[in-house]
Design a protein around this ligand. Structure first.
Ligand code: HH2
Length: 282
């Protein structure tokens, strides 16, 4: 099968959202909110990658820039140095794993796709870099479109919506349809928990996740260890939010999520196993 540009497609055949999958988070950063500094060096990142795959991750999201609230962007050369050597090794070693690059920068996405990375994971939902569509077409890659407002530096400063559910859904649907009509092979949508949302906005989105998952596009949920779970559990730090994370993951699965972005892969995989054993399918 070929893409519009004539390249072999990258995601068709490898990626099917017929059942929920776990996407392991690989943050090659010094300052991510939960695991900053742990996997900054390539050897540590690759060891973490091995662990997550052994634990059952079938997707891996590699990022070189923290997008936690209040964070500053990193220069493109720094982000490239953090993610490209890791993706290079990872793609060679694990041809059956689906890799995404978590970036909003054209150059980083370009270099990652040249290596064979399957998806661009765009937390700006095409607001930063509309050329991501052309890159996907050129390389036969897919795109993950996350909803967010503003940028990480300012996004949590009094975010406001007239109706968060409708606004998030309509935004995602419009961008996803645009990508699909342009010929992008695989489009995943994501409500963007914690990205320009108060606790109430996040809860409304999770409680009504079906409103998003009943669109035709597979839905990714990125809620792992996030501060909304800290707030709910009396201010626990990220490493103590695992039980809350698994509870939220299970709720998301029950409401149609197809991809669970997780720091705690083993636990997330177990959660999917319970979900599937109960015979749910969507
Ligand atoms: N959340 C984070 C980063 N990338 N991508 C998608 N599609 N959805 C998300 O919810 C999402 C994401 C933030 O989490 P993390 O990568 O653990 O932290 P940091 O941004 O501090 O590196």
């Amino acid at each position: 099968m070929t893409s519009k540009s004539g390249n072999l497609t990258r995601v068709a055949g490898l990626v099917r959202f017929d059942r929920p999958r776990v996407m392991g988070i690989l943050n090659c950063t010094p300052d991510s909110f939960s695991d900053g500094g742990l996997f900054l060096h390539t050897d540590k990142a690759l060891a973490r990658l091995d662990d997550m795959i052994a634990e059952g991750a079938t997707f891996i999201d590699v990022g070189g820039e923290s997008t936690r609230p209040g964070s500053d962007p990193v220069p493109v050369d720094v982000e490239l140095q953090r993610v490209i050597p890791v993706l290079d090794e990872a793609l060679k070693k694990y041809p059956n794993i689906v890799f995404s690059v978590d970036t909003t920068k054209y150059e980083v996405a370009l270099e990652a796709l040249k290596l064979g990375t399957h998806y661009i994971n765009d937390v700006s939902g095409l607001r930063n870099e509309p050329r991501f569509v052309d890159l996907c077409l050129k390389f036969g890659a897919g795109i993950m479109l996350m909803h967010s407002i503003g940028n990480p530096k300012t996004m949590q400063q009094n975010p406001e919506y007239a109706d968060v559910l409708t606004e998030v859904r309509e935004y995602l649907l419009a961008k996803a349809l645009f990508c699909q009509e342009s010929g992008v092979q695989s489009v995943v949508i994501d409500p963007g928990f914690g990205f320009g949302k108060t606790l109430e906005h996040n809860l409304a989105l999770l409680r009504n996740l079906k409103y998003i998952t009943n669109c035709e596009f597979p839905v990714l949920v990125g809620i792992s260890r996030k501060s909304m779970l800290g707030a709910i559990t009396g201010g626990k730090p990220p490493e103590e939010r695992v039980a809350a994370t698994i509870s939220a993951h299970f709720f998301a699965l029950l409401h149609g999520a197809k991809l669970i972005r997780a720091h705690d892969v083993k636990e997330a995989v177990d959660s999917v196993a319970v979900f599937e054993a109960l015979g749910f399918s969507f």
